[in-house]
Design a protein around this ligand. Structure first.
Ligand code: GDG
Length: 522
């Protein structure tokens, strides 16, 4: 189920759903034409469709198909304009159109300032408590405001108003839209439910106040009826910031409710899950085994080697250099691991227009090279790097066959890799080494081997513990982890959010009926 069913409380919350995200679920691109001369547009080029690769986008796609809603997103494919109508709309999925993708067009300057600027050089480091990595330019903020307005306008236009009690749901995704809820609210009024899920952490008050626009951001977000974070500590930080920065806001700390300017916002945690059925199916497939056999051979990994895996976007929040240093310390202090232990680092390039990301790429390559030079031999390399994007089946094959996963962010909203690794352990024989600073530790901390990524010696000791624990203990831990991950998977997460919207609406109707009753009596 995913919240599509109507209930006694009124229409299903997904009816007329408008999802707003920065990235689009389908993008259209021109196929590279090897014969075409540069700058030659005379030949017609084939258009191909890039589909959702996983996570939320893939999970929401069937919900959108069933709800025949609208998805508003930045049209960043080079052929996106060609297939969209004059209002930027295209029906998707292409082979069986069921819902509308409303594209928002952004200029290069807008992408530079709103996306690479305010979103990723101010809000991203700010929310991860890494204020030293903030780069602020006044034009970043101006453009963030303008682009938020464009998305909010597009979302408001897509809401179908029919004067019923519940005029649809706008669901914003993430930190790219800190102002859009308030702008949309001024356009759609109170009958439309506005919700937002903030996929990254919310920082402490001391960090948040560093942001020159902290007040405007809180005002923007408090226009939501529902604001979701992954875990309770992020909700608590948000409420503390509201308490300190928004004069007159009334906060119910137990219930997570804020009343500000006569509007109520429910702030609640929804620990995002993964599509466990799909991961298990693909991890146990022949294709996954074939990938692993080829990969092992091509990278000269011995059949009896102990293999650890890490999978990340190359981001300074993911703790990649810290992890490599822990592996180095393990090899330095426990020589028995030399020649036996291989760490596979799958790292995909990310946001490399931003200097801090280029600096990280350099640091990671240098650290990996140093460890390989220091310990590697003619027939063994301790760290194997993979930079290309793997198809899901291969990625899950890598998880499935790795003896342990090293998930060591210095700060992370959730970290889905931790949950995907667990879901892929169809034989219950892997071990999860997990940072205390990942949101996932709230769910999985009791059965994972937890570490502080900065505590290099203890991190290395914990890797040793995870490798040498008895098979019975490892299996016991993994069974518990798999139960937890399966019990609140991606569908359960969406059902929880849509169910909460249904409850909010029925509470609101109840309150209105009570108020009307009181007026009649008086
Ligand atoms: C943000 C928050 C929060 C990676 N390489 C390949 C590949 N991936 C996929 C993984 C996983 C995803 O990328 C990464 O997810 P994370 O959760 O680790 O991290 P962010 O990108 O930082 O996401 C985070 C998340 O939002 C959700 O709310 O958990 O805290 O920062 O799904 O599998 N997928 C494939 N091939 C690859 O090579 N197919």
């Amino acid at each position: 189920m995913t919240g599509n069913q109507p209930s006694d409380d009124g229409p299903a919350p997904t009816e007329g759903l408008v999802v707003v995200s920065n990235r689009e679920p389908y993008s259209h691109t021109y196929e590279a034409d090897a014969d075409a001369e540069e700058g030659d547009d005379s030949t017609e080029r084939e258009i191909q469709v890039q589909r959702p690769v996983g996570g939320l986008t893939a999970g929401l796609d069937p919900v959108m198909q069933a709800a025949s809603g609208t998805w508003v997103a930045w049209g960043d494919g080079d052929a996106d304009r060609e297939v969209a109508d004059e209002r930027g709309r295209v029906r998707v999925p292409p082979e069986d159109p069921a819902y509308t993708l409303q594209r928002v067009w952004l200029s290069d300057e807008e992408v530079e300032d709103y996306y690479y600027g305010y979103s990723n050089q101010v809000l991203w480091p700010l929310c991860h408590g890494d204020v030293g990595n903030i780069t602020y330019e006044p034009r970043f903020w101006q453009r963030y405001e303008e682009v938020n307005r464009r998305f909010a306008d597009a979302a408001s236009d897509c809401v179908e108003r029919d004067d019923s009690e519940d005029d649809g749901l706008i669901w914003f995704q993430d930190y790219h839209f800190g102002l859009a809820p308030a702008i949309a609210r001024s356009q759609v009024g109170d009958e439309t439910t506005i919700a937002q899920f903030w996929h990254i952490p919310w920082p402490s008050l001391e960090s948040f106040e560093v942001c020159p626009q902290h007040h405007q951001l809180l005002e923007g977000l408090l226009a939501n009826d529902l604001l979701g974070f992954h875990v309770d500590p992020h909700c608590a930080h948000f409420l503390e910031c509201v308490d300190a920065c928004i004069e007159g806001a009334a906060i119910d700390w137990d219930e997570g409710r804020v009343i500000h300017d006569g509007h109520e916002t429910l702030v609640r945690s929804f620990p995002m899950g993964v599509d466990t059925d799909r991961i298990e199916r693909l991890a146990g497939s022949e294709g996954a085994d074939d990938f692993w056999a080829d990969f092992r051979e091509s990278r000269a990994i011995a059949p009896d080697a102990t293999v650890a895996v890490g999978v990340d976007r190359l981001d300074y929040t993911k703790g990649i250099p810290e992890r490599v240093r822990a592996v180095e310390h393990l090899l330095e202090t426990r020589p028995e691991y030399r020649g036996e232990f291989v760490y596979v680092q799958k790292a995909s390039e990310s946001r490399s227009q931003i200097p801090a990301y280029r600096e990280l790429q350099r640091e990671v390559s240098e650290t990996v090279e140093r460890v390989n030079d220091r310990f590697g031999t003619d027939d063994w390399q301790p760290i194997v790097g993979v930079t290309e994007m793997l198809p899901a089946e291969s990625l899950y094959g890598l998880y499935r066959h790795a003896d342990l996963a090293l998930v060591s962010p210095v700060r992370d909203g959730m970290n889905l890799v931790a949950k995907e690794y667990v879901a892929a352990q169809v034989a219950n024989d892997g071990a999860l080494v997990l940072s205390e600073f990942a949101g996932a530790v709230e769910d999985l901390g009791n059965y994972a081997y937890t570490i502080n990524p900065y505590a290099t010696e203890e991190f290395a000791d914990t890797i040793h513990e995870a490798v040498t624990d008895s098979p019975t203990d490892r299996k016991r831990r993994m069974r518990q982890l798999r139960q937890l991950v399966a019990a609140y998977d991606l569908d359960a997460w969406m059902d929880d959010i849509f169910g909460t919207v249904t409850d909010l609406r029925s509470d609101r109707r109840g309150a209105e009926t009570d108020a009307a009753g009181r007026t009649e009596q008086s």
